[in-house]
Structures are given as C-alpha cells and as structure tokens.
Design a binder for this molecule. Structure first.
Ligand code: HEC
Ligand code: HEC
Length: 358
C-alpha cells in the first residue's frame, strides 16, 4: 500500500516519507504513540479536523466530510493513504492541504503522528496487505452500473455530491485498484456507504473498479510558491467606495451574487477567507484576507475595522469554517458581518472572479 500511495508524492517528499514511514508499511500497526504525542495529536485533530470530520471522527459534522474512524478505511488505506489525503488535500473540495509545504498548518512530523493517532483510535489491529496489481474489468459495464447504483451519491461524473469525489485525480493517484474494490465490496461502517459484495457479482465489482480507474487523469504534486497575505492597512477593499446594501438571510448569510455585484461596483468591504491557509494560497477571491478557522480570535480581531465596514467571510464548506470566524467577530462586538451563503466552490463554478496561486 505504501508504495502505491507514494506515487502521489512529489520527488522531495518521496525520500523523506519513505524514511519516516518505513517500518510502518507492514501489516502491523507501528509502535504506539507516547502519551504526550497522542495528546498532541488529539489536540491537533480537534483544532484542525473536528470542524468537518466531527469531534469523535464520525464524519458529517460539516460538508459531508467522511468518517475518519471506519475500520474499512483505515485497514485498507493504512497510514500512507491518510497521510497523502491530509497532506495534499483534495483541491476543488472542502478538504484542504494541511501540509506546511502548501501553506497548511501542519509539519510533516505532526501529520505523521496525527495519522498514527487516527489509526490507533480506530481500533484497527492490522492493516490489510492488499494486492497492488491493477484489476481488470469491463469498463462499459462499470459505467452502466455506476450510473445505476452510485451516481446518486457520488455524482454522474464522479464529482461527489454528498459522498467523496471518486473521479478526483488526487484520490485516484493515491489509491490502488484493490483499495477501491475493497471500499465498494465492504463499504464503510456506520456511513451511508454500504458494502456491495452481496449485491453485485465479482465481475461487476471488477467492472466498477476498472471504470473508476479509467477516470484517472494523472496528478503530480504541484510546484508551490507561497505568497504573503495582505497587511492590516490593506484589508479594506475600495476604502472610498460606497457601503453595500446587503440583505441577510437569517441575519447571517449574504447571497454570492450580491457580494459579486458589490465588488463590481467598487463598494467598501473586507473579505475574509476562513479556509485553511493552503486553500487561500491555492486560489481566493481577489483581495480576500486569510483568517483560517483554526486561528485564535485574539490574533485577528484587533486588525478588523470596527467602523461598521461590512466584513464578509467565506469558506468551501460553505458555512462551517466561515461560521466559526463570524461567530468570533460577533462575540467581539464587531457589527456588519456575514457569510457568503453558497461558499467559494459555487462562487468559482459561476465564473465569479478568483485569483489563482498554485
Ligand atoms: C472544511 C472541512 C474539512 C476539514 C476541516 C477537514 N476535512 Fe478532511 N475531508 C473533507 C471533505 C469534504 C473530504 C472528502 C473530499 C472528497 O470529496 O474527496 C475529506 C476527506 C478526508 C480524507 C479522505 C477520507 C476518505 O474516506 O477517503 C482524510 C484522510 C481527511 N479528510 C483527513 C482530514 C484531517 C486529518 C483533517 C485535519 C487535519 C481534515 N481532514 C480536515 C473536509 C474537511
Ligand atoms: C447512499 C449514497 C451512496 C451510494 C449509493 C454509494 N456510495 Fe460510495 N460512498 C458514500 C459515502 C457517504 C462514502 C464515504 C463514507 C465514509 O467513509 O464516511 C462513500 C465511499 C466510497 C468509496 C471510498 C472513497 C474514499 O474516499 O475512501 C468508494 C470507492 C465508493 N464509495 C464507491 C461507490 C460505488 C462504486 C458505488 C456504487 C456501486 C457507491 N459508492 C455507492 C455514499 C454512497
């Protein structure tokens, strides 16, 4: 499994990772974390992951983030899969890259302990050693079965609806065919993903696996040049512009359309990006200031205007991370705050302005 996962890693990572995860690649779990390391990993989980994956790793706290405690996931994916999914994230979904190389908050050693902790907490006693060979199957049969049985949750194009994006290039580049087939056959306990082993013939499971594999478009770790965030005196966009007349749904949410219009009209406001810093680095709404959901309020509240300038917050989720930041602003008495209702994924799909980084 580890070799397969490493295909996703960039060249520099490859060497360091093979050293660090060497010895963890076997079917047995690595040596248990020391108490202090485990406590630190648990705290990192709460700070960075619980928002979407739930306080107890059960998934679905926000944004259909999958369970991180299903034995099926952890036994079949092992540390390598958990690591690459967290380090690189899934660009285009709410799952950010948490590796520091991309501007994320976690160093490699923290991340390794975090995935070791996830494995320990899951209670899995052994990782499966799944075969690495490609699985052959009838792709056109797989395409038919996919539309019949899977598209309602995973999307007609595998783009993910309320279930993970299976055609995602990063996902497909980090898993073996056997991992995919295992997930289809046995599902993921305590989640909407049932096992199809009893419902489909072996050839049908192979066909679905081969079909999903055929959607891979290749993926390589991106080259990243990190940029500096705006400074406090640059926060207000169009300082001389008029004040926008936003109407809020439930006193909290503003339509993406209204924000886009206010930008076009050169109206005065502050835009905050509540996603992980790496997401801001990758692409953000022009002029947006990164205030990741995991930053302590004391570190950003003081820099916010308190003269009634609108402060508009967004994330991918579309309300979880931005909600946390807006709650902090409101708790500190800052007026005129709102969340972009549809979130930045819909914003991007509509062709509204985006400034791309890596
Ligand atoms: C803003 C919400 C959000 C946060 C915060 C978040 N994730 Fe995720 N995560 C997601 C979503 C959504 C997916 C599924 C993406 C897709 O469609 O493939 C995901 C997928 C994953 C996967 C792949 C799971 C699988 O079943 O294949 C792993 C592993 C993961 N996240 C780990 C983490 C860890 C560890 C953290 C904290 C460092 C974290 N995530 C923080 C939203 C989030
Ligand atoms: C009722 C909705 C639903 C249907 C139908 C469904 N899935 Fe899933 N599937 C999910 C969810 C939700 C997850 C994530 C579960 C978790 O780990 O929390 C998932 C996970 C997966 C995974 C693992 C992805 C990963 O990131 O680890 C694969 C592979 C998969 N499904 C394939 C299929 C295929 C193929 C079919 C059709 C035969 C199918 N699914 C039908 C909801 C569904």
């Amino acid at each position: 499994m580890i070799e397969v996962s490493l295909r996703a890693f960039g060249k520099i990572q490859l060497f360091a990772m093979s050293l660090l995860l060497a010895g963890m690649a076997m079917a047995h779990l690595p040596t248990p974390l020391e108490a202090e390391e485990a406590a630190e990993a648990a705290a990192n989980y709460q700070r960075y992951c619980a928002l979407c994956h739930g306080n107890d790793r059960e998934g679905y706290a926000a944004d259909n983030a999958p369970s991180l405690r299903s034995r099926s996931l952890i036994a079949s994916g092992g540390l390598g899969y958990l690591y690459s999914a967290t380090y690189y994230g899934r660009p285009g979904t709410a799952m950010a890259a948490y590796g520091s190389q991309f501007g994320g908050p976690l160093e490699q050693s923290d991340l390794i302990n975090l995935v070791r902790w996830l494995a320990e907490e899951s209670g899995v006693e052994e990782f499966l050693s799944l075969p690495r060979e490609p699985i052959k199957g009838d792709i056109s049969l797989g395409a038919e079965l996919y539309q019949r049985d899977c598209a309602s949750c995973h999307g007609a194009e595998g783009e993910g609806i309320d279930a993970p994006a299976l055609a995602h290039p990063m996902f497909l580049s980090s898993v073996s065919d056997a991992f995919i087939r295992y997930a289809i056959a046995y599902g993921r306990e305590d989640t909407p993903m049932i096992g199809y082993a009893e419902l489909l013939e072996d050839e049908e499971l192979d066909a679905l696996t081969a079909f999903l594999r055929s959607r891979a478009s290749g993926w390589d770790a991106p080259e990243v040049a990190l940029r500096s965030p705006p400074e406090a005196h640059e926060y207000i966009l169009h300082p001389n512009g008029e004040t926008p007349a936003f109407e809020l749904r439930e006193g909290r949410f503003v339509a993406a359309e209204s924000v886009e219009q206010a930008m076009r009209l050169g109206q005065r406001m502050v835009l905050l990006d509540a996603r992980a810093m790496s997401d801001w680095q990758r692409a953000h709404i022009p002029g947006a200031v990164p205030v990741p959901y995991y930053r302590e309020p004391e570190r950003f509240i003081g820099d916010m205007p308190d003269d009634g300038t609108w402060i508009i917050v967004y994330c991918a989720c579309p309300h979880a991370a931005s909600g946390r930041v807006v709650d902090a602003l409101r708790a500190h008495g800052i007026p005129n705050t709102a969340i972009i209702d549809e979130g930045v994924i819909v914003w991007t799909q509509r062709g509204y302005p985006i400034q791309a980084g890596w």
